[in-house]
Write a protein that binds this ligand. Structure first.
Ligand code: ADP
Length: 490
Protein backbone atom coordinates (compact mmCIF):
# COMPACT_ATOMS: atom_id res chain seq x y z
CA UNK A 1 0.00 0.00 0.00
CA UNK A 2 2.85 2.33 0.97
CA UNK A 3 4.74 1.59 -2.23
CA UNK A 4 1.58 2.17 -4.16
CA UNK A 5 1.13 5.61 -2.62
CA UNK A 6 4.78 6.39 -3.22
CA UNK A 7 4.43 5.42 -6.84
CA UNK A 8 1.40 7.63 -7.21
CA UNK A 9 3.16 10.62 -5.65
CA UNK A 10 6.24 9.97 -7.81
CA UNK A 11 4.03 9.81 -10.91
CA UNK A 12 2.29 13.04 -9.84
CA UNK A 13 5.67 14.73 -9.23
CA UNK A 14 6.83 13.76 -12.70
CA UNK A 15 3.60 14.59 -14.47
CA UNK A 16 2.40 17.49 -12.34
CA UNK A 17 -0.51 18.99 -14.25
CA UNK A 18 -0.60 22.61 -15.28
CA UNK A 19 -3.00 24.93 -13.44
CA UNK A 20 -4.70 25.16 -16.84
CA UNK A 21 -6.03 21.59 -16.49
CA UNK A 22 -8.37 22.22 -13.50
CA UNK A 23 -9.30 25.59 -15.02
CA UNK A 24 -10.24 24.02 -18.35
CA UNK A 25 -12.12 21.17 -16.66
CA UNK A 26 -13.97 23.59 -14.43
CA UNK A 27 -15.01 25.84 -17.33
CA UNK A 28 -16.12 22.89 -19.45
CA UNK A 29 -18.09 21.54 -16.52
CA UNK A 30 -19.75 24.89 -15.86
CA UNK A 31 -20.67 25.40 -19.55
CA UNK A 32 -21.50 21.91 -20.72
CA UNK A 33 -23.29 20.30 -17.78
CA UNK A 34 -26.24 22.77 -17.70
CA UNK A 35 -26.48 22.51 -21.49
CA UNK A 36 -26.67 18.72 -21.44
CA UNK A 37 -29.07 18.66 -18.47
CA UNK A 38 -31.29 21.26 -20.10
CA UNK A 39 -31.34 19.21 -23.34
CA UNK A 40 -32.28 16.04 -21.50
CA UNK A 41 -35.01 17.73 -19.43
CA UNK A 42 -36.48 19.40 -22.50
CA UNK A 43 -36.43 16.15 -24.49
CA UNK A 44 -38.08 14.17 -21.73
CA UNK A 45 -40.79 16.75 -20.99
CA UNK A 46 -41.60 17.20 -24.68
CA UNK A 47 -41.84 13.41 -25.05
CA UNK A 48 -44.25 13.27 -22.11
CA UNK A 49 -46.37 16.07 -23.56
CA UNK A 50 -46.51 14.36 -26.97
CA UNK A 51 -47.58 11.04 -25.46
CA UNK A 52 -50.28 12.72 -23.38
CA UNK A 53 -51.54 14.62 -26.43
CA UNK A 54 -51.61 11.43 -28.46
CA UNK A 55 -53.55 9.54 -25.76
CA UNK A 56 -56.14 12.31 -25.47
CA UNK A 57 -56.42 12.47 -29.25
CA UNK A 58 -57.00 8.76 -29.61
CA UNK A 59 -59.34 8.74 -26.63
CA UNK A 60 -61.50 11.51 -28.13
CA UNK A 61 -61.78 9.81 -31.49
CA UNK A 62 -62.57 6.46 -29.91
CA UNK A 63 -65.13 8.08 -27.64
CA UNK A 64 -66.93 9.44 -30.70
CA UNK A 65 -67.00 5.96 -32.27
CA UNK A 66 -68.04 4.44 -28.95
CA UNK A 67 -70.97 6.85 -28.73
CA UNK A 68 -71.94 6.03 -32.27
CA UNK A 69 -71.79 2.30 -31.52
CA UNK A 70 -73.97 2.85 -28.53
CA UNK A 71 -76.55 4.70 -30.58
CA UNK A 72 -76.44 2.07 -33.30
CA UNK A 73 -76.85 -0.71 -30.74
CA UNK A 74 -73.65 -2.33 -32.01
CA UNK A 75 -73.48 -4.64 -29.04
CA UNK A 76 -77.18 -5.16 -28.23
CA UNK A 77 -78.40 -6.11 -31.65
CA UNK A 78 -76.23 -8.47 -33.61
CA UNK A 79 -78.74 -8.36 -36.42
CA UNK A 80 -77.90 -4.82 -37.24
CA UNK A 81 -75.41 -4.50 -39.99
CA UNK A 82 -72.22 -3.42 -38.30
CA UNK A 83 -70.02 -3.36 -41.39
CA UNK A 84 -69.93 0.46 -41.49
CA UNK A 85 -68.84 0.71 -37.89
CA UNK A 86 -66.29 -2.11 -38.34
CA UNK A 87 -64.77 -0.26 -41.29
CA UNK A 88 -64.65 2.89 -39.23
CA UNK A 89 -62.90 1.02 -36.41
CA UNK A 90 -60.34 -0.48 -38.81
CA UNK A 91 -59.68 2.92 -40.33
CA UNK A 92 -59.28 4.48 -36.92
CA UNK A 93 -56.87 1.72 -35.83
CA UNK A 94 -54.85 2.26 -39.02
CA UNK A 95 -54.70 6.01 -38.48
CA UNK A 96 -53.06 5.76 -35.10
CA UNK A 97 -51.21 2.61 -35.97
CA UNK A 98 -52.91 0.53 -33.30
CA UNK A 99 -55.43 -2.23 -32.61
CA UNK A 100 -59.00 -1.99 -31.43
CA UNK A 101 -60.89 -4.74 -29.60
CA UNK A 102 -64.59 -4.65 -28.74
CA UNK A 103 -65.44 -6.69 -25.67
CA UNK A 104 -69.09 -7.44 -24.81
CA UNK A 105 -70.67 -7.79 -21.37
CA UNK A 106 -69.65 -11.46 -21.31
CA UNK A 107 -65.97 -10.38 -21.64
CA UNK A 108 -65.92 -11.93 -25.09
CA UNK A 109 -64.01 -10.21 -27.86
CA UNK A 110 -66.56 -9.65 -30.60
CA UNK A 111 -64.39 -7.49 -32.81
CA UNK A 112 -60.59 -7.31 -33.29
CA UNK A 113 -59.17 -5.04 -35.99
CA UNK A 114 -56.30 -7.50 -36.31
CA UNK A 115 -58.87 -10.34 -36.56
CA UNK A 116 -56.74 -12.50 -34.31
CA UNK A 117 -58.61 -12.73 -31.02
CA UNK A 118 -62.29 -12.65 -31.96
CA UNK A 119 -64.30 -15.07 -29.80
CA UNK A 120 -61.66 -15.11 -27.07
CA UNK A 121 -62.27 -13.92 -23.53
CA UNK A 122 -60.63 -10.76 -22.27
CA UNK A 123 -60.59 -10.09 -18.54
CA UNK A 124 -57.88 -7.47 -18.32
CA UNK A 125 -58.11 -5.21 -15.27
CA UNK A 126 -58.65 -2.14 -17.50
CA UNK A 127 -61.67 -3.88 -19.08
CA UNK A 128 -63.19 -4.80 -15.73
CA UNK A 129 -62.66 -1.23 -14.51
CA UNK A 130 -64.17 0.17 -17.67
CA UNK A 131 -67.34 -1.96 -17.27
CA UNK A 132 -68.00 0.21 -14.25
CA UNK A 133 -68.30 3.15 -16.60
CA UNK A 134 -64.78 4.57 -16.31
CA UNK A 135 -62.38 5.55 -19.08
CA UNK A 136 -58.97 4.03 -18.27
CA UNK A 137 -55.60 4.53 -19.83
CA UNK A 138 -52.19 2.94 -19.18
CA UNK A 139 -48.83 3.69 -20.70
CA UNK A 140 -46.00 1.13 -20.89
CA UNK A 141 -42.79 3.12 -20.73
CA UNK A 142 -40.62 0.09 -21.52
CA UNK A 143 -42.38 -1.10 -24.65
CA UNK A 144 -43.67 2.34 -25.66
CA UNK A 145 -47.37 1.65 -26.17
CA UNK A 146 -50.55 2.68 -24.43
CA UNK A 147 -53.81 0.87 -23.66
CA UNK A 148 -57.15 2.66 -23.48
CA UNK A 149 -60.40 1.14 -22.30
CA UNK A 150 -63.54 3.08 -23.25
CA UNK A 151 -66.99 1.93 -22.06
CA UNK A 152 -69.77 1.56 -24.65
CA UNK A 153 -73.20 2.42 -23.20
CA UNK A 154 -76.39 0.45 -23.84
CA UNK A 155 -78.26 1.84 -26.81
CA UNK A 156 -81.53 2.76 -25.03
CA UNK A 157 -79.62 4.74 -22.41
CA UNK A 158 -77.91 8.03 -22.41
CA UNK A 159 -74.82 7.80 -24.54
CA UNK A 160 -72.49 8.50 -21.63
CA UNK A 161 -72.16 5.36 -19.44
CA UNK A 162 -70.45 7.36 -16.67
CA UNK A 163 -73.85 9.00 -16.22
CA UNK A 164 -76.16 6.02 -16.93
CA UNK A 165 -73.97 3.46 -15.19
CA UNK A 166 -75.02 0.73 -17.69
CA UNK A 167 -72.20 -0.49 -19.87
CA UNK A 168 -72.87 -2.89 -22.71
CA UNK A 169 -69.27 -3.38 -23.72
CA UNK A 170 -65.77 -1.96 -23.73
CA UNK A 171 -63.60 -0.69 -26.54
CA UNK A 172 -59.95 -1.63 -25.86
CA UNK A 173 -57.42 0.37 -27.86
CA UNK A 174 -53.72 -0.42 -27.97
CA UNK A 175 -51.36 1.82 -29.93
CA UNK A 176 -47.63 2.11 -30.24
CA UNK A 177 -45.79 5.41 -29.72
CA UNK A 178 -42.62 4.06 -31.38
CA UNK A 179 -43.07 6.18 -34.52
CA UNK A 180 -43.08 9.31 -32.36
CA UNK A 181 -39.66 8.38 -31.01
CA UNK A 182 -38.02 7.84 -34.36
CA UNK A 183 -38.81 11.49 -35.01
CA UNK A 184 -37.55 12.45 -31.57
CA UNK A 185 -34.33 10.47 -32.04
CA UNK A 186 -33.60 12.56 -35.10
CA UNK A 187 -34.04 15.66 -32.98
CA UNK A 188 -31.81 14.26 -30.24
CA UNK A 189 -29.13 13.47 -32.81
CA UNK A 190 -29.27 17.05 -34.03
CA UNK A 191 -29.10 18.32 -30.44
CA UNK A 192 -26.07 16.07 -29.75
CA UNK A 193 -24.31 17.46 -32.81
CA UNK A 194 -25.08 20.96 -31.60
CA UNK A 195 -23.73 20.03 -28.13
CA UNK A 196 -20.55 18.62 -29.68
CA UNK A 197 -20.03 21.83 -31.62
CA UNK A 198 -20.62 23.83 -28.47
CA UNK A 199 -18.13 21.61 -26.65
CA UNK A 200 -15.43 22.25 -29.26
CA UNK A 201 -16.17 25.97 -29.21
CA UNK A 202 -16.08 26.09 -25.40
CA UNK A 203 -12.84 24.07 -25.43
CA UNK A 204 -11.14 26.52 -27.80
CA UNK A 205 -12.43 29.53 -25.86
CA UNK A 206 -11.41 28.04 -22.51
CA UNK A 207 -7.90 27.29 -23.81
CA UNK A 208 -7.56 30.87 -25.01
CA UNK A 209 -8.90 32.32 -21.75
CA UNK A 210 -6.79 30.11 -19.49
CA UNK A 211 -3.75 31.07 -21.56
CA UNK A 212 -4.51 34.74 -20.87
CA UNK A 213 -5.23 34.07 -17.16
CA UNK A 214 -1.99 32.18 -16.58
CA UNK A 215 0.23 34.48 -18.66
CA UNK A 216 1.40 36.59 -15.67
CA UNK A 217 2.62 33.40 -13.98
CA UNK A 218 4.66 32.57 -17.08
CA UNK A 219 6.15 36.08 -16.94
CA UNK A 220 7.15 35.53 -13.30
CA UNK A 221 8.74 32.18 -14.21
CA UNK A 222 10.71 33.87 -17.00
CA UNK A 223 12.00 36.56 -14.62
CA UNK A 224 12.89 33.93 -12.00
CA UNK A 225 14.79 31.94 -14.62
CA UNK A 226 16.84 35.03 -15.43
CA UNK A 227 17.49 35.47 -11.68
CA UNK A 228 18.53 31.81 -11.47
CA UNK A 229 21.06 32.47 -14.21
CA UNK A 230 22.74 34.86 -11.77
CA UNK A 231 21.10 38.18 -12.51
CA UNK A 232 20.25 39.17 -8.93
CA UNK A 233 19.55 42.77 -10.00
CA UNK A 234 16.45 41.66 -11.89
CA UNK A 235 13.29 43.10 -10.32
CA UNK A 236 10.05 41.19 -10.71
CA UNK A 237 7.15 43.50 -11.38
CA UNK A 238 4.23 41.38 -12.52
CA UNK A 239 1.22 43.22 -11.14
CA UNK A 240 -1.62 41.95 -13.34
CA UNK A 241 -3.39 40.35 -10.38
CA UNK A 242 -3.29 40.96 -6.66
CA UNK A 243 -1.84 37.44 -6.28
CA UNK A 244 0.96 38.00 -8.79
CA UNK A 245 1.70 41.37 -7.19
CA UNK A 246 2.04 39.60 -3.82
CA UNK A 247 4.31 36.95 -5.36
CA UNK A 248 6.41 39.64 -7.09
CA UNK A 249 6.85 41.58 -3.85
CA UNK A 250 7.75 38.48 -1.84
CA UNK A 251 10.26 37.41 -4.49
CA UNK A 252 11.77 40.91 -4.63
CA UNK A 253 12.16 40.89 -0.84
CA UNK A 254 13.87 37.49 -1.04
CA UNK A 255 16.12 38.79 -3.81
CA UNK A 256 17.13 41.82 -1.74
CA UNK A 257 18.01 39.54 1.19
CA UNK A 258 19.96 37.29 -1.17
CA UNK A 259 21.80 40.30 -2.54
CA UNK A 260 22.71 41.41 0.98
CA UNK A 261 23.91 37.90 1.85
CA UNK A 262 25.92 37.78 -1.36
CA UNK A 263 27.45 41.19 -0.64
CA UNK A 264 28.38 40.29 2.92
CA UNK A 265 29.83 37.00 1.67
CA UNK A 266 31.99 38.83 -0.83
CA UNK A 267 33.01 41.35 1.85
CA UNK A 268 33.84 38.52 4.22
CA UNK A 269 35.95 36.71 1.64
CA UNK A 270 37.86 39.87 0.79
CA UNK A 271 38.33 40.65 4.52
CA UNK A 272 39.57 37.14 5.18
CA UNK A 273 42.07 37.29 2.33
CA UNK A 274 43.23 40.70 3.47
CA UNK A 275 43.59 39.64 7.10
CA UNK A 276 45.41 36.44 6.16
CA UNK A 277 47.68 38.29 3.75
CA UNK A 278 48.80 40.93 6.27
CA UNK A 279 50.94 38.66 8.49
CA UNK A 280 52.30 36.88 5.40
CA UNK A 281 53.35 40.23 3.88
CA UNK A 282 55.07 41.17 7.16
CA UNK A 283 56.85 37.79 7.23
CA UNK A 284 57.97 38.29 3.64
CA UNK A 285 59.28 41.83 4.34
CA UNK A 286 61.16 40.63 7.42
CA UNK A 287 62.62 37.62 5.62
CA UNK A 288 63.57 39.68 2.53
CA UNK A 289 65.32 42.31 4.61
CA UNK A 290 67.24 39.63 6.49
CA UNK A 291 68.30 38.01 3.22
CA UNK A 292 69.31 41.39 1.80
CA UNK A 293 71.65 42.06 4.68
CA UNK A 294 75.15 40.77 4.46
CA UNK A 295 76.86 39.94 7.74
CA UNK A 296 73.84 40.97 9.83
CA UNK A 297 74.52 40.69 13.53
CA UNK A 298 73.13 37.69 15.39
CA UNK A 299 70.92 39.92 17.60
CA UNK A 300 69.23 41.39 14.53
CA UNK A 301 68.58 37.87 13.21
CA UNK A 302 67.04 36.91 16.54
CA UNK A 303 64.89 40.02 16.64
CA UNK A 304 63.63 39.50 13.08
CA UNK A 305 63.00 35.81 13.70
CA UNK A 306 61.00 36.66 16.84
CA UNK A 307 58.90 39.13 14.79
CA UNK A 308 58.35 36.44 12.15
CA UNK A 309 57.26 34.03 14.90
CA UNK A 310 54.78 36.66 16.23
CA UNK A 311 53.32 37.09 12.77
CA UNK A 312 52.93 33.31 12.43
CA UNK A 313 51.14 33.26 15.83
CA UNK A 314 48.85 36.01 14.61
CA UNK A 315 48.11 34.15 11.37
CA UNK A 316 47.26 30.99 13.27
CA UNK A 317 45.05 32.95 15.72
CA UNK A 318 43.11 34.43 12.79
CA UNK A 319 42.69 30.96 11.30
CA UNK A 320 41.56 29.56 14.68
CA UNK A 321 39.03 32.37 15.17
CA UNK A 322 37.78 31.95 11.62
CA UNK A 323 37.31 28.23 12.12
CA UNK A 324 35.42 28.87 15.38
CA UNK A 325 33.14 31.32 13.61
CA UNK A 326 32.54 29.12 10.58
CA UNK A 327 31.72 26.16 12.79
CA UNK A 328 29.20 28.24 14.72
CA UNK A 329 27.72 29.69 11.54
CA UNK A 330 26.68 26.33 10.20
CA UNK A 331 22.95 25.70 10.45
CA UNK A 332 23.72 22.43 12.19
CA UNK A 333 26.09 24.10 14.70
CA UNK A 334 26.06 21.98 17.81
CA UNK A 335 25.54 23.34 21.27
CA UNK A 336 26.22 20.98 24.16
CA UNK A 337 24.07 22.43 26.86
CA UNK A 338 24.41 21.34 30.47
CA UNK A 339 23.73 22.90 33.86
CA UNK A 340 26.73 25.03 34.80
CA UNK A 341 27.70 27.32 37.65
CA UNK A 342 28.07 30.76 36.09
CA UNK A 343 29.93 32.23 39.09
CA UNK A 344 32.53 29.50 38.80
CA UNK A 345 33.01 30.03 35.06
CA UNK A 346 33.47 33.81 35.45
CA UNK A 347 35.88 33.39 38.35
CA UNK A 348 37.97 30.99 36.27
CA UNK A 349 38.14 33.44 33.37
CA UNK A 350 39.13 36.34 35.62
CA UNK A 351 41.82 34.20 37.24
CA UNK A 352 43.27 33.40 33.84
CA UNK A 353 43.25 37.02 32.70
CA UNK A 354 44.48 38.61 35.93
CA UNK A 355 48.22 38.33 34.98
CA UNK A 356 47.57 40.26 31.73
CA UNK A 357 45.59 42.93 33.61
CA UNK A 358 48.27 43.18 36.24
CA UNK A 359 50.86 44.06 33.59
CA UNK A 360 48.99 47.33 32.99
CA UNK A 361 47.93 47.69 36.59
CA UNK A 362 44.27 47.17 35.75
CA UNK A 363 42.01 46.09 38.57
CA UNK A 364 39.68 43.15 37.84
CA UNK A 365 36.54 43.18 40.02
CA UNK A 366 33.82 40.53 40.14
CA UNK A 367 30.50 41.43 41.76
CA UNK A 368 28.02 38.61 42.07
CA UNK A 369 24.52 39.39 43.36
CA UNK A 370 23.66 35.72 43.72
CA UNK A 371 24.80 32.22 42.88
CA UNK A 372 23.61 31.46 39.37
CA UNK A 373 23.18 28.06 37.77
CA UNK A 374 22.01 27.94 34.15
CA UNK A 375 21.92 25.81 30.99
CA UNK A 376 25.06 26.67 29.03
CA UNK A 377 27.60 25.19 26.65
CA UNK A 378 30.51 25.82 29.01
CA UNK A 379 33.26 25.86 26.35
CA UNK A 380 31.47 28.33 24.09
CA UNK A 381 30.12 30.44 26.94
CA UNK A 382 33.62 30.77 28.48
CA UNK A 383 34.97 31.88 25.10
CA UNK A 384 32.29 34.61 24.85
CA UNK A 385 32.86 36.01 28.37
CA UNK A 386 36.63 35.68 27.94
CA UNK A 387 36.48 37.84 24.77
CA UNK A 388 34.48 40.55 26.59
CA UNK A 389 36.82 40.71 29.60
CA UNK A 390 39.93 40.47 27.38
CA UNK A 391 38.66 43.42 25.30
CA UNK A 392 37.89 45.38 28.47
CA UNK A 393 41.57 44.93 29.47
CA UNK A 394 42.97 45.50 25.95
CA UNK A 395 41.06 48.71 25.30
CA UNK A 396 41.66 50.10 28.79
CA UNK A 397 43.96 52.76 30.22
CA UNK A 398 46.91 52.16 32.50
CA UNK A 399 45.74 51.82 36.13
CA UNK A 400 42.15 51.36 35.00
CA UNK A 401 39.52 48.89 36.20
CA UNK A 402 37.25 46.21 34.79
CA UNK A 403 34.08 45.29 36.68
CA UNK A 404 32.16 42.10 35.90
CA UNK A 405 28.70 41.93 37.47
CA UNK A 406 26.46 38.85 37.62
CA UNK A 407 22.76 38.92 38.47
CA UNK A 408 19.66 36.87 37.71
CA UNK A 409 15.88 36.86 37.94
CA UNK A 410 13.45 33.96 37.58
CA UNK A 411 13.99 33.74 33.82
CA UNK A 412 17.37 35.15 32.82
CA UNK A 413 20.85 35.77 34.14
CA UNK A 414 22.64 39.03 33.34
CA UNK A 415 26.34 39.70 32.95
CA UNK A 416 27.77 43.21 32.72
CA UNK A 417 31.38 43.80 31.71
CA UNK A 418 32.21 47.46 32.39
CA UNK A 419 35.59 49.13 31.94
CA UNK A 420 37.23 52.48 32.40
CA UNK A 421 38.77 52.29 28.91
CA UNK A 422 38.95 54.34 25.76
CA UNK A 423 35.29 53.78 24.85
CA UNK A 424 33.72 53.32 21.45
CA UNK A 425 32.57 56.29 19.37
CA UNK A 426 28.76 56.39 19.09
CA UNK A 427 28.76 55.85 15.31
CA UNK A 428 30.75 52.58 15.56
CA UNK A 429 28.85 51.06 18.47
CA UNK A 430 26.66 48.82 16.32
CA UNK A 431 29.46 47.80 13.99
CA UNK A 432 31.81 46.31 16.59
CA UNK A 433 29.96 42.97 16.35
CA UNK A 434 30.70 42.70 12.61
CA UNK A 435 33.41 40.32 11.49
CA UNK A 436 36.84 41.96 11.15
CA UNK A 437 35.46 45.32 12.25
CA UNK A 438 37.89 47.27 14.41
CA UNK A 439 37.54 50.87 15.51
CA UNK A 440 41.27 51.43 15.70
CA UNK A 441 43.02 48.94 13.42
CA UNK A 442 46.53 49.78 14.63
CA UNK A 443 45.61 49.40 18.28
CA UNK A 444 43.80 46.14 17.64
CA UNK A 445 46.81 44.75 15.77
CA UNK A 446 49.15 45.88 18.51
CA UNK A 447 47.11 44.01 21.09
CA UNK A 448 46.93 40.90 18.89
CA UNK A 449 43.25 41.34 17.98
CA UNK A 450 41.75 39.68 14.93
CA UNK A 451 38.52 41.67 14.74
CA UNK A 452 36.55 38.46 15.18
CA UNK A 453 36.26 38.32 19.01
CA UNK A 454 32.93 40.17 19.37
CA UNK A 455 31.45 38.41 16.33
CA UNK A 456 32.21 35.09 18.04
CA UNK A 457 30.79 36.36 21.35
CA UNK A 458 27.55 37.51 19.72
CA UNK A 459 27.16 34.19 17.89
CA UNK A 460 27.63 32.23 21.12
CA UNK A 461 25.05 34.34 22.96
CA UNK A 462 22.55 33.98 20.12
CA UNK A 463 23.09 30.23 20.18
CA UNK A 464 22.07 30.36 23.87
CA UNK A 465 18.94 32.32 22.77
CA UNK A 466 20.27 35.38 24.60
CA UNK A 467 21.07 38.96 23.63
CA UNK A 468 23.96 41.42 23.88
CA UNK A 469 24.16 45.20 23.72
CA UNK A 470 26.79 47.82 24.34
CA UNK A 471 26.84 51.23 25.99
CA UNK A 472 29.91 53.38 25.72
CA UNK A 473 31.23 56.90 26.16
CA UNK A 474 34.38 57.81 24.36
CA UNK A 475 37.22 58.37 26.78
CA UNK A 476 35.14 57.25 29.77
CA UNK A 477 34.49 53.56 29.32
CA UNK A 478 32.39 50.80 27.83
CA UNK A 479 29.81 48.40 29.24
CA UNK A 480 28.73 45.21 27.46
CA UNK A 481 25.44 43.79 28.75
CA UNK A 482 24.54 40.16 28.21
CA UNK A 483 21.22 38.44 28.93
CA UNK A 484 20.82 34.65 28.68
CA UNK A 485 17.82 32.44 29.65
CA UNK A 486 18.42 30.24 32.71
CA UNK A 487 16.73 27.33 30.96
CA UNK A 488 17.70 26.47 27.40
CA UNK A 489 14.74 25.47 25.23
CA UNK A 490 16.00 23.98 21.95
P1 ADP B 1 39.57 42.67 18.22
O1 ADP B 1 40.20 41.40 17.98
O2 ADP B 1 40.04 43.76 17.33
O3 ADP B 1 39.55 43.06 19.65
P2 ADP B 1 36.75 42.39 18.56
O4 ADP B 1 35.74 41.84 17.66
O5 ADP B 1 36.91 41.75 19.87
O6 ADP B 1 38.09 42.46 17.74
O7 ADP B 1 36.37 43.90 18.78
C1 ADP B 1 36.07 44.71 17.68
C2 ADP B 1 36.45 46.13 17.93
O8 ADP B 1 35.56 46.69 18.92
C3 ADP B 1 37.81 46.29 18.50
O9 ADP B 1 38.76 46.38 17.49
C4 ADP B 1 37.69 47.60 19.26
O10 ADP B 1 37.91 48.69 18.40
C5 ADP B 1 36.25 47.64 19.72
N1 ADP B 1 36.10 47.21 21.14
C6 ADP B 1 35.75 46.00 21.58
N2 ADP B 1 35.65 45.98 22.93
C7 ADP B 1 35.95 47.23 23.34
C8 ADP B 1 36.04 47.87 24.64
N3 ADP B 1 35.80 47.22 25.78
N4 ADP B 1 36.35 49.17 24.66
C9 ADP B 1 36.60 49.85 23.53
N5 ADP B 1 36.53 49.32 22.29
C10 ADP B 1 36.24 48.04 22.20
Amino acid sequence: MKIHRKQISEFYRRHTPSIKVPLVLFCIFICMVPLVIQGRVLASSSRQAQIERRIIDVQNQCQIVSNKMSRNGYLANSMVDNAGTDAELSMLADIFNGRILIVNSGFKIIKDTFALSEGKICIASEVIQSFQGENTSKYDTQKHYFVLAIPIAENDQDADPTISGKTAGVMVVTASTESMFTLEEGLIEKASLYQLMMFVLVLILVFLVTGIITKPFDTITLCLNRVAEGNLDEDISEESYRETRRISRAVNRTLRTLKKVEQSRQEFVSNVSHELKTPITSIRVLADSLMGMEDAPKELYQEFMSDISDEIDRESKIIDDLLTLVRMDKASAEINVAQGNINGVIEMILKRLRPIARKRNIELIFESMRDVTADIDEVKFSLAVNNLVENAIKYNKEDGWVRVTLDADHKFFYIKVADSGIGIPEEFKDRVFERFYRVDKARSRETGGTGLGLAITKNVILMHHGGIRVESTEGVGTTFMVRIPLIYIP
